[in-house]
Design a protein around this ligand. Structure first.
Ligand code: ADP
Ligand code: MG
Length: 436
């Protein structure tokens, strides 16, 4: 129960406003440690209330030690997620004087500068844009004594490792740092954790391989992209009732595929919005708002929407492409089945993607049942000969390997020939040039 925590009245009032009484497992484990000022690495499944697990103690710490400068920073990988976290901060802080500001790309920096001049207590930011402000000297991180890295592994996978380390190094030396994700693989990011964390406590509620039991996971073999488009249309067409859903996200691996799916659905009179990094930020915000408010019920997106987003009544995830790895798969399907809700996911699997899908199932120790709809059945029924892992035998693999070798050999010979005209200058000649 939240009432067991030593919190100030305004925070209890906000929890009451939100209707939250019981702490979730991750909240019960992490909040007391965070209040004690410990560095943390926290792994807990999608939709288990991780945001509140770091925002609530942060607010209490600020109430205990109010300052006239910004003292808490939350970093997250996408703009949409930052907006969502900022909203949750504002809701929980609504009966306090605590102010928050958001620093993300795709928005005119002038507005953000204005917000910074009011010295918000908390900043929610994407690493890139925050560092731009730091470089321009309009923001000073020296007083930051709480740093949260939400979806930490994603930020690092996106290549933000240096930025994150730089930001952490600019924060106060006493800074408490906490890392949150549903899939933080400590070994993979040991370099970072060694630098940014001090004597961290690990809170492992669910490992990355733990399955979210609220989600029914299925797969459907598909022949090619055209067949997949057809399947999408029939699954999403509410009149056909192959599956019942309120709101859905269709994930594809590439922006072009996202555009193609949305265009195809539109040609079939099914309206959807697209979300990927080439879409103008105002449009992105607008679409997500509409999706949250039930004005549109389908979003087609890349993995930019796969992390952290928490949307009511979103109960169907379609993977148009098999994601690149098990972690991305888990986060994509984790947009549904959040907290006490249930949802389902359907992954469309072509022959080329079969082994990757089996790899994901084995990694997550889950077997996705095959969704069979007669009218949408593929000619491809999965590989005829399977290994015990379920994967298809890789006949072609050896061939391509030997082909590659062959190619390399040829290349080498060509280069050898070309090199004739590119001989280096003798060592003496170089010396002569250098002394000029
Ligand atoms: P995660 O970050 O673990 O994926 P979120 O922090 O986005 O999950 O929370 C998922 C949902 O659960 C949100 O809608 C949030 O408001 C709600 N929630 C969080 N804590 C509680 C709680 N103690 N009781 C009920 N609902 C909660
Ligand atoms: Mg989250």
């Amino acid at each position: 129960m939240f009432s067991e925590l030593l919190l100030d009245e305004p925070l209890f009032n906000a929890l009451e406003f939100l209707g939250f009484e019981e702490m979730t497992e991750v909240q019960a484990a992490a909040i007391p440690q965070a209040l004690a000022g410990k560095d943390l690495i926290v792994n807990a499944k999608t939709g288990s209330g991780k945001t509140l697990a770091y925002v609530l103690p942060m607010l209490q710490q600020i109430l205990d030690n109010p300052q006239s400068v910004t003292q808490a920073l939350i970093l997250a990988p996408t703009r949409e997620l930052c907006r969502q976290i900022n909203k949750q901060c504002s809701l929980l802080a609504q009966y306090t004087e605590i102010k928050t500001a958001i620093i993300i790309g795709g928005v005119d920096p002038k507005h953000q500068l204005k917000a910074l001049q009011t010295y918000p207590d908390i900043i929610v930011a994407t690493p890139g844009r925050l560092l731009e402000h730091v470089k321009r000297d309009v923001i000073d991180l020296d007083a930051i004594n709480i740093l949260v890295l939400d979806e930490a592994d994603r930020m690092l996978d996106m290549g933000f490792s240096d930025e994150v380390i730089r930001i952490a190094s600019l924060c106060n030396t006493e800074c408490q740092t906490v890392l949150y994700s549903a899939s933080f693989n400590e070994n993979k990011f040991k370099d970072l954790t060694d630098i940014v964390l001090f004597d961290a406590i690990k809170i492992l509620i669910d490992s990355a391989r733990e399955n979210n039991q609220n989600i029914t996971q299925q797969k459907m073999p598909a022949d090619n992209d055209e067949h997949k488009l057809d399947i999408c249309f029939h699954l999403l067409n509410k009149e056909e009732q192959h599956i019942n859903y309120n709101k859905a996200i269709v994930f594809a691996n590439k922006k072009e595929t996202v555009n193609r799916i949305s265009g195809w659905l539109q040609s079939k009179n099914i309206m959807s919005a697209v979300l990927h990094s080439d879409v103008d930020q105002d449009k992105r915000n607008n679409m997500l708002r509409k999706f949250r408010n039930n004005d549109i019920d389908i979003i087609v997106a890349t993995d930019v929407a796969s992390r952290g987003l928490d949307i009511n009544d979103l109960d169907l995830i379609i993977n148009f492409n098999v994601p690149h790895n098990g972690e991305d798969y888990m986060h994509r399907i984790g947009r549904t089945g959040r907290m006490f809700d249930t949802g389902s996911s359907i992954t469309l699997v072509s022959a080329q993607e079969w082994n990757r899908m089996i790899g994901i199932e084995n990694f997550l120790q889950v077997e996705c049942a095959e969704l069979k709809i007669k009218s949408l059945a593929a000619k491809f029924k999965g590989p005829e000969n399977r290994k015990t892992s379920g994967k298809a035998y890789g006949k072609k693999r050896k061939k391509t390997k030997s082909l590659k070798k062959e190619k390399n050999k040829i290349k080498k010979r060509l280069r050898d020939k070309k090199n004739i005209g590119k001989r280096r200058k003798p060592a003496d000649a170089n010396k002569g040039l250098g002394s000029d």
